[in-house]
Design a binder for this molecule. Structure first.
Ligand code: FES
Length: 115
């Protein structure tokens, strides 16, 4: 089972083979920033792959197009950016993404977002 390490919060989770990074986080009841709900539109979920980029499925055309539109080709290539809602996991990966935390903690920090 692939293992995801999320920094700087130092959260380590096991991921289902073939699930996206975001699906893997949600399965562990983690909050992951998004405004489109994981549809590959908003880029709020963007993360930097620190190690193990080969443990992710190759970037699809729509993910690449959206990242280049938002951050530019050079930034996408040099910073190992991926959309967490689109990148499918097949091996161990170390990911930098600020704001990832247990979902319950996020609700405590944002009481107006409760429903
Ligand atoms: S969650 Fe919106 S692009 Fe990934």
């Amino acid at each position: 089972m692939p293992r995801l390490t999320i920094i700087p919060s130092d959260i380590i989770i096991d991921a289902e083979e073939g699930a996206t990074i975001m699906e893997s986080a949600w399965a562990q009841d983690l909050y992951w920033p998004t405004t489109c709900g994981g549809q590959g539109i908003c880029t709020s979920c963007v993360c930097k792959i620190e190690e193990g980029a080969e443990g992710l499925a190759e970037m699809g055309r729509s993910e690449h197009k959206r990242l280049v539109e938002e951050f530019g080709e050079a930034a996408v290539r040099s910073r190992s950016l991926r959309l967490a809602c689109q990148a499918r996991v097949h091996g161990d990966v170390i990911i930098e993404k600020r704001g990832v935390r247990p979902a319950g903690q996020w609700l405590l920090d944002n009481p107006s977002q409760r429903w």
